[in-house]
Design a protein around this ligand. Structure first.
Ligand SMILES: [Zn+2]
Length: 357
């Protein structure tokens, strides 16, 4: 089960090469020059996905690239060589099955360390895009100047950092790089996000200004993804232990909502099951356009049927207390496959798609 996240996140979205989107830039989401907004305003910026040709995993999907730029942002024009290096760093994140947020951190780090150039010089023995030092165990000089090898090394370090998905970019970059100048990375987040969106394909940028998403209460749904229930909180967390669960631990998260609460799809997909699920009671399972699956259990009634296409915020039923429950709630799971046992962390899943909870 621990490898589930990789498989799921790896089968992401499509690239429509040559597709021209008109950038929609909303003022509320732009980073404030000289500070940042206190309000947790979110907006979605669409950027044309036409500069790189990373093959699509699943046609038709849309990927959210979450940003939370903190402080003054630097947004230079990057030349074609620099954009190509950003594309490679992004592609390595994709090939490792990491969500786009990882690529944003990787590209921003390289912007700070090398201005996105694969340089053969640096401070002391630092080399390459990430200015990794052979003397500090990052690899041979040839390896640290190999963009793919260097990117993989960066992500291996990133994957070891707890909650890297929701921590401020500068904190994560600093922890991987063991840099003495953590704040230096923060100013590149907006610019990095814009390059990652171009490279990832069929992606949208979701910008949250100045707020730590981890501290924002459940209840905000923006962009291509939504929470399954609005204005609730989580009671039973993922992997909670105890004898109640047949697997030995909780395979999803619970939203403690009264019977009759509106339950909605978290994103674009197709209903693969709407019916009785034994201990799950009435359940809806949706195959998402990125190849992952979401499950909504213990419903009192369902308003979709198998084979139906849904988008984010489409009502799929109302909550209840059917199946093996001690009271009414929504049990929500995210999975790499349609069946029980392929669960992955729903909190990581939703956060990596730009949602706050
Ligand atoms: Zn549950």
């Amino acid at each position: 089960m621990s490898t589930g996240m990789r498989v799921g996140a790896g089968s992401l979205a499509a690239l429509f090469a040559g597709m021209l989107c008109i950038p929609l830039v909303l003022g509320a989401g732009k980073p404030n020059q000289g500070g940042w907004d206190d309000a947790c305003g979110s907006t979605v910026i669409e950027i044309a996905a036409d500069t790189q040709t990373i093959p699509p995993a699943t046609p038709g999907g849309q990927v959210t690239v979450p940003l939370n730029p903190q402080g003054r942002q630097t947004t230079p024009s990057w030349n074609s060589s620099q954009q190509r290096w950003a594309g490679i760093i992004t592609h390595v994140a994709r090939s490792r099955g990491l969500p786009p947020r990882a690529a944003v951190i990787g590209v921003a780090t390289a912007m700070q360390e090398s201005t996105l150039e694969n340089i053969d010089f640096g401070d002391r023995d630092s080399l390459g895009l990430f200015q990794q030092r052979p003397s500090q165990g990052w690899g041979t000089p040839a390896q640290v100047t190999d963009a793919v090898y260097a990117s993989n090394s960066f992500y291996k370090g990133l994957e070891k950092i707890e909650n890297w998905q929701t921590k401020p970019l500068a904190k994560v970059a600093q922890a991987v790089q063991r840099s003495g100048f953590p704040d230096a990375y923060a100013k590149w987040e907006q610019s990095s996000g814009e390059l990652v969106v171009k490279s990832w394909g069929n992606a949208v940028l979701t910008t949250t200004s100045g707020c730590d998403p981890a501290r924002t209460a459940v209840g905000k749904s923006t962009g291509a993804w939504a929470l399954p229930v609005e204005n609730s909180r989580i009671t039973t967390p993922y992997k909670a232990g105890g004898g109640f669960w047949s697997s030995g631990s909780h395979t999803g998260i619970d939203f403690p909502v009264p019977t009759g609460t509106r339950i909605q799809a978290v994103g674009t997909g197709t209903v693969v099951k709407a019916g009785w699920g034994g201990a799950y009671g009435n359940e809806v399972v949706i195959k998402m356009s990125d190849g992952t699956y979401t499950q909504y259990a213990h419903l009192s009634s369902m308003t979709v049927t198998q084979g139906q296409a849904v988008t984010a915020r489409r009502q799929i039923g109302v909550s209840g207390a059917t199946g093996n429950v001690t009271g009414p709630h929504l049990h929500f799971e995210t999975r790499t496959g349609p069946a029980y046992g392929s669960d992955i962390s729903p909190v990581d899943y939703l956060r990596s798609r730009g949602l706050s909870l």
